[in-house]
Design a protein around this ligand. Structure first.
Ligand SMILES: Cc1ncc(COP(=O)(O)O)c(C=O)c1O
Length: 396
């Protein structure tokens, strides 16, 4: 098989070609190796493969050629030395965090996290004797104050889900490193196009590939990206032994997703910018937060840290939960879902779905009011989206 890796090409070109392992048959598209395992020429060869003395594949829980192609294309996109794909975004977050700690260690994490990520650091890790302190992400002194001698890992997402709060990745990485800890960033909302956590000093980046990377509602997936040493010492064995592997079929779908990622995300972001600007002063909108607008409370940080505004808008409508429900139920084209990053525009009411399990005070700390609606902007024509949103706002 021949491997394509073309560091001299622009990102769009690399997203179409990098990582492809073409078989002697010369297929145009990436080959789909839909197999659980592999056979060996001899018993000696099997032994050498297990001793890591012979290159090749053994079993798709460990590695698979189609999954490797996806990992290599992701590493090229992120500018990472190594990548490990997982069955979902949560498998990536769980493996990245569990792989870094052991009983007695301590983790510091931002308070404003996607609900399941927060469960992993706040509920799961302590079951195994790992302490966790949650801080207000933008408060750098809060991160400093939370550090303990046994702190090993920092975790954050920015912009956060769903309130689009920003955290200064470079500054938090500096604090983590001074404490002897490694920083992991969940970069889902920024997308790999608009924010480069590794270049800003983070040690590890995780994605739910389910979101923009597939971007067409087809499959779940996740990926962890870091230095070769980080992946080898903290992630690989955890994944190999516990088994949240990405299906080769899903890896193939995600490879196809990467080919069109820039086209889709740029159009979604242009649509989101247009809608944010048009709806910002609407009388039924109490507050609209969009990272691409100059009135985002952390606009200066966004200018330094992101190269685009994202496809996500946080919209607080008048009338609390009732107002939000009237608005969502008034939409026709835009559908109600808990997903995001899709070609289809989607709305979510975080207080009653993704962040339902938190008490109202905790939700308030995360910037989630009862009137907050998260809008994931898709690929439809922007005027159709605007008409749908304006019609629904009339119902509020
Ligand atoms: C910020 C963030 N991280 C992680 C995840 C989990 O991804 P998955 O659903 O692929 O497990 C999500 C899902 O919504 C998310 O929004």
């Amino acid at each position: 098989m021949t491997n394509t890796r073309c560091p001299r090409f622009h990102l769009e070109t690399r997203l179409v070609h990098d990582g492809q392992e073409r078989t002697p048959l010369g297929e145009t598209s990436e080959a789909l190796f839909l197999t659980q395992g592999f056979v060996y020429e001899s018993a000696e060869s099997a032994e050498r493969r297990f001793l890591n003395e012979e290159p090749g594949y053994s079993y798709s829980r460990f590695s698979n050629p189609t999954v490797t192609m996806f990992e290599q294309r992701m590493a090229s996109l992120e500018g990472a030395e190594a990548a490990c794909a997982t069955a979902s975004g949560m498998a990536a977050v769980t493996a990245a965090m569990m792989g870094q700690v052991q009983a007695g260690d301590h983790v510091v994490a931002a308070r404003a996290l996607f609900g399941s990520c927060r469960w992993v650091v706040e509920d799961l890790l302590p079951r195994f004797g790992v302490g966790c302190t949650l801080v207000d992400g933008p408060d750098l002194d809060g991160w400093r104050r939370a550090v303990r001698p046994e702190t090993r890992a920092f975790f954050l997402e920015t912009p956060s889900n769903p309130s689009l709060e920003m955290i200064d990745i470079a500054s938090v990485a500096e604090i983590a490193h001074a404490a002897g800890a490694a920083l992991t960033v969940d970069n889902v909302f920024a997308t790999p196009l608009f924010q480069k956590p590794l270049a800003l000093g983070a040690d590890c980046v995780v994605y739910s590939a389910t979101k923009h990377i597939d971007g067409q509602g087809r499959c779940l997936g996740g990926v962890i990206l870091a230095s070769a040493e980080f992946i080898e010492t903290k992630v690989q064995q955890f994944l190999r032994m516990t088994g949240p592997s990405l299906s080769p079929f899903n890896a193939w779908v995600l490879l196809k997703g990467l080919e069109t990622l820039p086209l889709r995300v740029e159009r979604q972001t242009a649509n989101a910018g247009f809608l944010a600007d048009t709806l910002h002063d609407h009388p039924k909108v109490r507050r609209l937060t969009y990272p691409g607008r100059p009135d985002h409370p952390q606009a200066e940080l966004i200018r330094r840290q992101m190269s685009g505004g994202s496809s996500m808008i946080a919209l607080e409508v008048e009338g609390g939960k009732e107002g939000a429900f009237r608005f969502m139920n008034g939409l026709g084209l835009i559908r109600i879902s808990n997903n995001l990053g899709d070609a289809k525009s989607l709305v979510t009411h975080p207080a009653t779905t993704t962040h339902q399990r938190f008490e109202p005070e905790l939700r308030a700390q995360m910037g989630i009011s009862d009137g907050l609606v998260r809008l994931s902007v898709g690929l439809e024509h922007r005027e159709d989206l605007l008409a749908d949103l304006l019609g629904a706002l009339e119902r509020v």
